[in-house]
Design a protein around this ligand. Structure first.
Ligand code: NDP
Ligand code: MG
Length: 395
């Protein structure tokens, strides 16, 4: 029986994870569930799954949760604060941690799980984008097992050779891989007339044609910054460089990514766009378990289309590719500026087309340094946030 901590239990990935876990009560016990402030939802998850601990960042929400759990006779112990996330991620009784907090807030608890040598299921791509070098070195040093939840990376992982240590030590080319084809749906604005992008609303940006996700990643998908973050994520996960990764627009989201080998073979992973597939894959790896996802109906799908990304439409993708090539703290700066810009867009303080302007302006103004320590990364993150806020104020 594996004990699982779900960081970000009340989010889109967290809810899908609990759905998969609850299909296999004989394999998985739930040790801890965490959230930022959504105490009502966390309370009902506690009543249903009876974890040992529930953690909230917000102190008022934590008090509410404590009261309601006492009233309901639920024995789950409530903890509060950012340090408690790391505690339940690194606890000696935990085997597996689902890292599904959104944004930079996920970095420290995810790193705590890595440093405790856990099996870490990584949805929180921002952690790897910010601190990929430090993160992957910690994985190796502490004997953690890092498994990708992002659907594209999970697909690539499934298409790569089983001997992961070979490509992690010597690079993908040594395993006969020519390149990775990273698929992207193109989001809700793939075909919207360019002049209309100025005025799109948060509701329109969050209405993804194929996936149901949290707000932040939905906006990232609409700008395609998400694909840029995923390119950086793939470089760290698979020990490769941006030049070995091609982004391919594939609007149906049925192929989740492909790997091309030097003999001309191209392997792809297909499935319905439902995150329970990669979640079940990573939870049970190297075994397979039921996820609750329906069979892929190829006759209903009927066709698969592919096209090259349009950089005029998606300037954020170009910015992320440039940050990937620059390396050092550029990806952390890009990520932080984007988080601030997306939050402002969701609060209707920034236009959709200004998201890329904010990121570009912050990247141009801030110095890029070697991310020698976590302090350097966190400093770059804070400076980029402050700079992004001032850029937004001036627009
Ligand atoms: P959601 O916004 O749906 O959920 C985010 C979760 O993180 C919630 O539980 C939220 O708590 C918690 N949270 C938010 N801010 C903080 C904070 N400061 N401290 C602690 N916890 C916090 O996001 P998603 O589930 O969509 O995404 C989670 C991660 O997975 C992201 O990194 C995303 O890029 C990645 N991902 C998601 C996919 C998807 O299909 N959704 C696909 C691939 C990757 P509360 O509910 O209280 O706000
Ligand atoms: Mg993805």
């Amino acid at each position: 029986m594996q004990q699982v901590t779900v960081l970000g239990a009340t989010g889109s990935i967290g809810i899908s994870t609990l759905d998969v876990l609850s299909r296999h009560p004989e394999r998985y016990g739930i040790f801890a569930l965490t959230a930022d402030r959504q105490w009502q939802l966390l309370a009902s998850q506690c009543v249903q799954h009876q974890p040992r601990y529930a953690v909230l960042r917000d102190p008022v929400a934590a008090l509410e949760l404590k009261n309601v759990l006492v009233q309901q006779g639920c024995a789950t112990e409530v903890l509060q604060g950012a340090e408690a996330f790391a505690e339940v991620a690194a606890h000696a009784e935990v085997d597996t941690v689902m890292a599904a907090i959104v944004g930079a807030a996920g970095l420290l608890p995810t790193l705590a799980a890595v440093k405790a040598g856990k099996k870490v299921l990584l949805a929180n791509k921002e952690a790897l984008v910010m601190a990929g070098g430090l993160f992957t070195r910690a994985v190796a040093e502490h004997g953690a097992t890092l498994l990708p939840i992002d659907s594209e990376h999970n697909a690539i992982f499934q298409c790569l050779p089983n001997h992961r240590s070979d490509y992690l030590q010597q690079g993908l080319a040594s395993s006969g891989v020519r390149k990775i084809l990273l698929t992207a749906s193109g989001g809700p604005f793939r075909a919207t007339p360019l002049e209309q992008l100025r005025d799109v609303t948060p509701e329109q940006a969050c209405a993804h044609p194929n996936w149901s996700m949290g707000q932040k990643i939905s906006v990232d998908s609409a700008t395609m910054l998400n694909k840029g973050l995923e390119l950086i994520e793939a470089c760290w996960l698979f020990n490769t460089s941006p030049t070995q990764i091609d982004v391919v627009i594939h609007p149906q989201s049925v192929i989740h990514s492909l790997v091309e080998y030097i003999d001309g073979s191209v392997l792809a992973q297909l499935g319905n766009p439902d995150m329970r597939t990669p979640i079940a894959h990573a939870l049970a790896w190297p075994e397979r378990i039921e996820s609750g996802v329906a069979s892929l109906d190829l006759f209903a799908t009927a066709r698969l289309d592919f096209s090259v990304p349009d950089y005029e439409r998606f300037p954020c993708l170009r910015l992320a590719q440039e940050a990937a090539t620059t390396g050092a703290t550029a990806p952390a700066v890009l990520n932080a500026a984007n988080e601030v810009a997306v939050a402002a867009f969701l609060q209707r303080r920034l236009r959709f087309d200004q998201i890329s302007q904010v990121i570009e302006s912050v990247l141009m103004r801030l110095p890029i340094t070697e991310p020698a320590s976590l302090d350097v990364v966190q400093n770059a993150d804070s400076e980029a946030r402050a700079m992004a806020m001032s850029v937004i104020g001036s627009l």
